[in-house]
Ligand binder design. Structure first.
Ligand SMILES: [Zn+2]
Length: 420
């Protein structure tokens, strides 16, 4: 079973940014299966591989990261996440396309390349504006969907080799973007070197990723999962880009995934656009929040354990009262939370999810069945625990009808809370 082989490092883990040895733990979430390995009904009698889920912080460059343990091919080549299924995510993509097209003056003469373009949900908006696009994505099943909707897509991993091939074929992106890919890259230096290689003079890179500052201040430990290798502060990400001759000239804080950064980069040897004051201000806020002190990272591990105890107390109390509880959203973050806390079908009867690609499958590890949201009307649960807490308002609006039978919503993060 070559594709499931564990490629454990032969010595202790080394920082994937600066290669310093890692010894400082930020969160130890025990043994869990891969968060996106949904289990088919036919596989329910088979075992699943479990892997340690531990986040370290590098004492030298302060990058928070998981140790590498699993071949990326088996994680991403049949990726179940189809971006197009979230309304709020599509709205976010559309707003970004409008803003960046204006800011960079993109038109029919400029090319846009997106790395991890998924099913083309974002590039479709550039295409609609007459801007030539190219997607790059290693997951053949989602890339096929993109091609069907007219988005040319290269099915391969991005790194220096891919960048050299594309550049040799005349690909010259005025805008080179990647949303929620940087955190998932196993070979971070190869990836960023690839960005530098593919970016022509005068080109701009934008990358979005969850912001470590928000993860730590808002207790978002459930966003730690195996497919998510790196957890960036601005302090840490700037060092990776600088190592490859790229300068961050601007940064925006955006609300997606519980709070993300959108960084803007260009070749360091160019002097335009000028570096905005926002980068310096954010760097200072990260320092004020303690992100330059190792003690801050150590305290996080204890907070995670407290959260587990509180969620279990909440669920145990509901079950003792004879209440029925189900989950909403078969998202990766829910899988980290449920596996770490040991919450299975003894607490949640099922979870519902709008994606037809997940319905009929089961959550990894906990084996909780994933059903269509209409099942809520039939079974009338007392409490719906919203696992993707970052879209809780959208979910509560879509599922408002649970109040017809006295159903209530709860969210587990930052601390377990009921929404009446
Ligand atoms: Zn490091």
């Amino acid at each position: 079973m070559e594709d499931l082989a564990v490629s454990a490092p032969s010595v202790g883990p080394a920082c994937r940014s600066c290669t310093a040895p890692l010894s400082h733990i930020v969160a130890d979430l025990g043994m869990t299966p891969l968060a996106n390995s949904y289990v088919e009904a036919s596989q329910l009698s088979a075992s699943e591989p479990f892997f340690p889920l531990r986040a370290f912080v590098c004492e030298r460059c302060l990058l928070v990261q998981l140790e590498e343990f699993e071949s990326p091919e088996s994680i991403f080549t049949d990726y179940a996440y189809f971006s197009s299924y979230s309304d709020s995510w599509l709205a976010h993509a559309r707003a970004y396309v409008e803003a960046i097209s204006e800011r960079l003056g993109l038109d029919g003469s400029t090319q846009v390349v997106e790395i991890a373009s998924n099913d083309g949900y974002l590039l479709q908006y550039f295409k609609a504006r007459g801007i030539p696009v190219l997607g790059v994505d290693p997951a053949a099943n989602v890339a096929r969907v993109a091609v069907e909707r007219g988005i040319p897509t290269e099915v391969r991993f991005f790194g220096e080799a891919t960048a050299r091939d594309l550049a040799a074929r005349g690909v010259r992106p005025r805008l080179l973007l990647g949303n929620n890919v940087l955190a998932h890259v196993p070979d971070l230096n190869d990836f960023v070197r690839g960005l530098q290689v593919l970016l022509p003079p005068g080109g701009v890179i934008t990358m979005e990723f969850p912001h470590l500052l928000r993860l730590m201040t808002e207790n978002q430990f459930d966003t730690i999962y195996h497919e998510h290798f790196s957890y960036f502060s601005l302090i840490a990400v700037e060092q990776v880009f600088a190592r490859h001759g790229l300068t961050l000239f601007d940064v925006e804080e955006i609300p997606t995934h519980g709070g993300s950064l959108r960084i803007f980069a260009r070749h360091g040897r160019e002097d335009a656009p000028p570096v905005s004051g926002r980068a310096g201000a954010l760097r200072a806020r990260e320092a004020d929040a303690g992100l330059r002190r190792l003690a801050t990272y150590s305290a996080f591990d204890e907070q995670v354990k407290r959260t587990k105890r509180a969620l279990l107390r909440f669920l145990i109390e509901l079950k003792e009262q004879g209440k029925s509880v189900v989950g909403y959203g078969a998202a990766a973050k829910g899988n980290t939370l449920l596996n770490y806390c040991g919450v299975g079908r003894d607490f949640l009867d099922y979870v519902v999810d709008r994606s037809p690609h997940k319905q009929g499958r089961h959550l990894p590890g906990t084996r909780i069945p994933i059903l269509h949201p209409d099942v809520l009307r039939e079974t009338r649960p007392d409490v719906v625990l919203i696992l993707p807490w970052n879209i809780k308002h959208e979910v509560m609006e879509q599922m408002a009808h649970i109040r017809e039978w006295g159903g209530r919503f709860a969210v587990p993060i930052p601390e377990v809370a009921v929404h009446p």
